[in-house]
Design a protein around this ligand. Structure first.
Ligand code: AHM
Ligand code: MG
Length: 336
């Protein structure tokens, strides 16, 4: 019988260490620890219906949104993994108002900064819809051995050295990039390992899915309204009407569009002039992955990865997906 040929995430990141010119193994160790945290969070997410972890924890996070218990668990688990790796000197999280730093010599000597949404789309957990962890990694700009500074955290997305997400879906996948392509690993629960399943993901240039919370249509800028109407028009030559697909879980919506081709849109409105999604730990990592797969990500005016962050929890309008679809929407926005 032919053996099961697998390449685990750990094997893969060790082999790929040379992709990063200055890599000494520190980065590899950091990714390894993230992979372990992902497995622990996955277990908890899977068991969510069985144990008393569903429901709100009673606190309101920095975005004014009610925190779910699993959010807190995922946040804590990832912070432990980062601290234990000894490679990360500081973290920023959707769940924490301020950045997290540690006082011991080992972590202060860490070379990396980690930004995350530990459990994105968590309002969907109660109804068994996919949720995800989104992360982004930067090299620090402050000297090693000292506490990191805000400058370390407020770097442009183009400075990311790695980004990725874990999707807790019908199967659990970890998808990441270090700027040399996008790779996907599916968790094989029988051996407890993330196994390489999607080698060098390239997203289609065109797609036939559009993902937007259309309930807000009347509040959208005119260019967005015109584009959404364009998506619904009948034109066989351009494969329209497109199909509307919106889960309300960024990781799941992006993951589908990445593999199948499509566009995800979260525009600004009069009452939310910067949209909803957070630049540092939601849009930047997703934008980095999209570009690495041949897609495109903009805020409507400029490339997401070129935006200079001004604050930790800054929001931006977000348009991401297949290059031709994003450019078509850009045309509609430009014509306003
Ligand atoms: P969260 O970080 O509080 O979970 O919110 C982010 C989520 C995204 O996953 C999703 O794309 C978006 O919010 C959905 O928002 P809406 O319900 O307004 O369409
Ligand atoms: Mg969240």
């Amino acid at each position: 019988m032919e053996g099961y040929k697998i390449k685990t995430l750990t094997q893969f990141i060790i082999e790929r260490q040379a992709d990063i010119p200055y890599a000494t193994g520190e980065f590899t160790r950091l990714l390894y620890h993230i992979g372990v945290a992902a497995k622990v969070i996955n277990k908890k997410v899977n068991k969510a219906g069985l144990v008393d972890i569903l429901g709100a924890a009673g606190d309101i996070n920095v975005q004014g949104e009610e925190q779910k218990k699993l959010d807190l668990f995922a946040n804590w688990q990832l912070l432990q993994a980062l601290k234990n790796s000894g490679e990360c000197c500081g973290a920023a999280s959707e769940e924490d108002q301020e950045v997290i730093t540690w006082d011991d010599d080992l972590t202060q000597d860490g070379n990396y900064i980690f930004c995350m949404d530990p459990l994105d789309g968590s309002s969907n957990i109660d109804v068994n819809v996919s949720v995800g962890t989104i992360f982004s990694i930067y090299k620090r700009v402050s000297p090693r051995g000292e506490k990191p500074t805000m400058e370390d955290f407020l770097q442009e997305g183009s400075k990311q050295v790695a980004a990725g997400y874990i999707i807790y879906g019908s199967s659990t996948m970890l998808v990441y990039t270090t700027g040399k392509g996008v790779y996907g690993f599916t968790l094989d629960p029988s051996i407890g390992e993330f196994c390489l399943s999607n080698y060098n993901i390239i997203t289609p240039l065109d797609g036939s899915y559009y993902s937007v919370n259309e309930g807000n249509f009347e509040h959208f800028p005119q260019g967005h309204k015109d584009y959404i109407n364009y998506c619904k028009q009948i034109d066989k030559s351009t494969n329209r009407p497109y199909s509307a697909r919106y889960i309300g879980s960024l990781v799941a919506d992006f993951h589908r569009n990445l593999l199948k081709g499509g566009i995800f849109i979260y525009p600004q409105t009069a009452s939310a002039p910067n949209g909803k999604l957070r630049l540092i730990y939601e849009c930047n990592p997703i934008a980095f992955l999209a570009e690495q797969a041949g897609g495109k990500a903009i805020d409507g005016k400029q490339r997401i990865l070129d935006i200079q962050p001004l604050s930790l929890h800054q929001r931006v309008p977000f348009i991401v997906g297949s290059k031709n679809m994003v450019e078509k929407l850009e045309d509609f926005l430009d014509s306003q």
